[in-house]
Design a protein around this ligand. Structure first.
Ligand code: CMX
Length: 137
């Protein structure tokens, strides 16, 4: 079902400030910054090999990421796996009694379809499934 790791999400208070470590000290390049209004976040992707580091900054105090930052401070937030068909993967996992955050897929950054599994079902690791669509950037 899983094809590869798509990205690793890191929660940050300020993308520009956090990105300095990845660009100036680790030598990565920002592939783009995008607002995902639906999730009340702004994200920056920094490609490394086939994987991307995703810096996530909340754009509203009631964003899930704002709540995470309040409780834990900045740091690792989620892992995202690429799948061929996110709706089918979600149904398959629900049938295996995995608790999901999303009941159906929704739009993610870069014209992807995404769904989150609940950390209570995955050993405390927030897990995202990602399907690239035709318009994927
Ligand atoms: N990793 C691990 N555990 C997490 C977590 C995370 N990133 N975020 C929240 N939790 C835990 C909390 O610590 C809490 O645990 P306890 O019950 O043991 O205290 C539990 O999940 C519930 O957390 P909460 O703060 O009460 O928040 P909610 O129930 O409102 O929401 C969650 C939790 C995971 C459902 C919500 O954060 C969510 O929907 N996340 C997915 C959406 C998201 O993060 N989008 C931004 C990503 C951007 C992108 O890549 O597109």
């Amino acid at each position: 079902m899983l094809k590869k790791i798509s990205h690793i999400g890191i929660a940050v208070h300020d993308i520009e400030e956090a990105a300095r470590f990845y660009t100036q000290q680790l030598g990565l390049t920002i592939g783009g910054i995008e607002e995902v209004a639906d999730q009340k976040v702004k994200v920056a992707f920094l490609p490394i090999g086939e994987v991307r580091i995703e810096l996530i900054q909340p754009t509203s105090p009631d964003s899930a990421v704002a709540k995470f930052l309040e409780k834990n401070g900045p740091g690792f937030h989620h892992i995202a796996y690429q799948v061929e068909d996110v709706a089918a993967a979600l149904e398959g996992l629900k049938a295996k009694e995995v608790k999901t955050v999303d009941q159906t897929p929704r739009r993610g950054a870069h014209q992807t379809l995404i769904a989150f599994l609940h950390p209570k079902s995955s050993g405390g690791v927030l897990t995202e499934l990602v399907q690239e669509t035709d318009g994927h950037k």
